[in-house]
Design a protein around this ligand. Sequence first.
Ligand code: KIV
Ligand code: NA
Length: 277
Amino acid sequence: RKKVTIQRLHQLRASRTPITMLTAYDYPSARRAEGADIDICLVGDSLAQVALGYSSTTQLTLDEMLYHCRAVSRGAKTPLLVADMPFGTYQLGVRDALETAVRLVREGQMEAVKLEGNEEIIPHVQALTGFGIPVMGHIGLLPQRHASLSGYKVQGRSAQHALQILRSAQALQDAGAFSIVLEAIPAQLAAHITGQLQIPTIGIGAGKGCAGQVLVQDDAIGLWAGHKAKFVRRFAEVGKEAAIGVTGYARAVREGTFPRDGDEGYSMEEEEFERFL
Ligand code: KIV
Ligand code: NA
């Protein structure tokens, strides 16, 4: 399979073929994305909670993000590689954003960056795309702002707020974004925005009217045992299987049934052992 490019994403959009995007945080999860022909692999800052045990994405550092990006880049070669700009790595200004994005590309081996935000990030998006770093927008529910949003909840349910979200999408497209993630907004609004834009929208909790879909891989495979959002579908129960394996191992060791003599270990000639003794 050929490397997924931004041009390819536009072709998919034009032919109404849904774009597949999935998170990966390390080498094995990146290999699974590659193996399933995922179009876009996102090193999401959700890795803060899902892979590192933090309570919020706001606790993730750029160095931690870079470490995970490098592992993902070794495992996923075909998908377009996108990394989240962690909280606090672009708020200080356009220069801050450029420095972060350059590190994600050069050290993290990423091909594009994703930023949460509305009008306030337009100068950042213009600067990054102006220097040839592809930018994906992220509007609707912005997890990095869960405190100011009073939690993780659906956005854009009033006509006024819906209009603000549409305006953000148009401004991001005009600033040069190649795609936009729409998180937790009404399906009708997401479909309308998708129809108004030239660039592909990628939905999460935004209905089937988007140009593509994204999920956190650990949610999709049932590996994440924490909170399950309404819009998550578990396509497998890997967490349950993993627990069966780990408890089975512990029990077998305590019962003395693991390892077995012979096929689960090594032996030496009896004669040679006698000589040793
Ligand atoms: O961090 C993340 O995983 C994300 C998506 C799920 C869109 O931003
Ligand atoms: Na994110």
